[in-house]
Design a binder for this molecule. Structure first.
Ligand code: HH2
Length: 251
């Protein structure tokens, strides 16, 4: 899943693809690099991000989705039902829902749905997040949401532990190491670690544009532990790494 943030303030690619032509060009480049899905977002959810008016979010994402949808599967990364509905009208067939509340929209329109776990809200979620058992709590929450969505008629339901969303580096690593416990529940698992802050912390302060090896290492751990898809900025590198995990390695 290639990341396409049509925003001025995303933590990694903010401002680079706010212009629709630049966004479409980058989306098509990620398709050429092997992306199976392009995840289009018009609101940053990085820690501390300011919310965006829904009309502005729609204005950012709709022309980009319309242009990409004939070429590749498009997901819409939003927390807002009105944006999700407009995006589906423009051609998106997967709803990437970091709020894990929009399954009725997916059910009504017959599209896939990704439930992501988040503790708190982006402005404050990284202020001292605590869990007794992070893997058990995230798993319980996601399975509850996923089963609700399935019962409501959503045919394609994904779960995502929400790396970095109200979690410390220790929480993120526990979720990656024990991802098999999520995957065993029977819903396909999506994981997004690409360039995230905990990778900087774990690599002695590497800046956001110097986290490729750390992103790949965590994507490989996720895939080896049962993830069916990883969400990434550097698509060509991740596609190659995923091919290695997918191959049986013979001595
Ligand atoms: N991470 C981000 C945004 N959306 N969706 C899912 N399902 N899983 C994730 O881990 C995830 C997500 C945050 O990263 P990014 O889009 O690169 O930055 P920003 O939120 O600043 O736009």
């Amino acid at each position: 899943m290639g990341i396409l943030n049509v925003t001025p303030d995303s933590f990694s690619d903010g401002g680079r693809y706010l212009d629709p032509e630049a966004a479409i060009g980058h989306g098509l480049a990620m398709v050429a690099d092997g992306a199976a899905v392009i995840d289009v977002g018009g609101e940053s959810t990085r820690p501390g991000a300011a919310p965006v008016a829904e009309a502005e979010e729609r204005r950012r994402v709709l022309p980009v989705i319309e242009a990409l949808a004939p070429h590749v599967r498009v997901s819409i990364d939003t927390r807002h039902a009105s944006v999700a509905e407009a995006a589906i009208g423009a051609g998106a067939t997967l709803l990437n829902d970091v709020s894990a509340t929009l399954h009725p929209v997916a059910a009504a329109h017959g599209v896939g749905w990704i439930a992501m776990h988040m503790r708190g809200e982006p402005p404050t979620m990284q202020d001292d997040p605590r869990y007794d058992d992070v893997v058990g709590e995230v798993r319980g929450y996601l399975l509850d949401r996923a089963e609700q969505a399935r019962a409501a008629g959503v045919g394609e339901v994904w779960i995502d532990p929400g790396i970095g969303f109200g979690k410390t580096a220790v929480h993120n690593l526990a979720l990656l190491r024990r991802l098999g416990e999520l995957a065993a529940a029977g819903f396909p698992v999506l994981v997004g670690t690409s360039r995230k802050g905990f990778l900087g912390a774990l690599t002695g302060g590497a800046p956001v544009d110097d986290r490729l090896e750390a992103s790949l290492a965590t994507a490989v751990v996720a895939a080896a532990n049962g993830a069916s898809m990883v969400r990434a900025h550097d698509v060509a590198h991740h596609v190659r790494a995923m091919r290695i995990v997918g191959e049986e390695v013979a001595a």
